[in-house]
Ligand binder design. Structure first.
Ligand code: CU
Length: 184
């Protein structure tokens, strides 16, 4: 009986001790939470700049998303997928030698900035909704091989200035994407 009472008392002491430890470290934890709240879904070390979504000239065709992705960390990271809010789906594509192909993974070395730009890497957003209008913003989310994500707003621009390419740009049938003579 004595032993049980002693254990209970000891347990209470340990509990009290851990509570005290918790409250001591609380201010520090709160500061971290505040920092995270300003950058939700941000993979440490990764940053995205100059995000831009170019609407298709012809409604129903895919939109293209361009940006600069910088790995400010010390380890290489691997980009594996993209998501654009307001589009039914999105894929990472690369235009090279006049053809456009889907990329399943792209490694970004420490210190490297990867440019997603016309004529090269881009995120293709399929079936962009009417909620995506020029002058507004869309939320782009990138997912990395370790499951971490990076979300950033991208500004939406009209594709009208490329009207001479109307009917060619992103005119894909099926999921083959490996079509010659296409240009972004
Ligand atoms: Cu594409």
């Amino acid at each position: 009986m004595k032993n049980i009472a002693f254990s209970a008392a000891l347990g209470a002491l340990v509990l009290t001790g851990s509570l005290a430890a918790c409250s001591q470290s609380a201010p520090e934890q709160k500061a971290e939470e505040t920092a995270e709240a300003t950058a939700p879904d941000a993979k440490p070390g990764m940053s995205l700049a100059k995000g831009q979504l170019t609407l298709p000239i012809v409604a129903g065709r895919p939109a293209a998303v361009y940006f600069e992705l910088t790995n400010g960390g010390k380890e290489p990271v691997t980009l594996v997928s993209a998501y654009v809010e307001g589009a039914s789906s999105a894929e990472i594509h690369e235009t090279a030698g006049g053809t456009m192909k889907k990329r399943d993974s792209i490694e970004i070395k420490p210190g490297e900035t990867l440019a997603f730009a016309k004529g090269g890497l881009h995120v293709m957003a399929f079936e962009p909704s009417e909620a995506l209008t020029a002058g507004g913003t869309a939320e782009l989310t990138l997912t990395f091989a370790d499951g971490d994500k990076l979300s950033a707003p991208v500004s939406i621009t009209s594709g009208a200035e490329k009207s001479e390419m109307s009917g060619m740009d992103h005119d894909m049938s099926g999921m083959d994407h490996d079509m010659a003579g296409m240009e972004h």
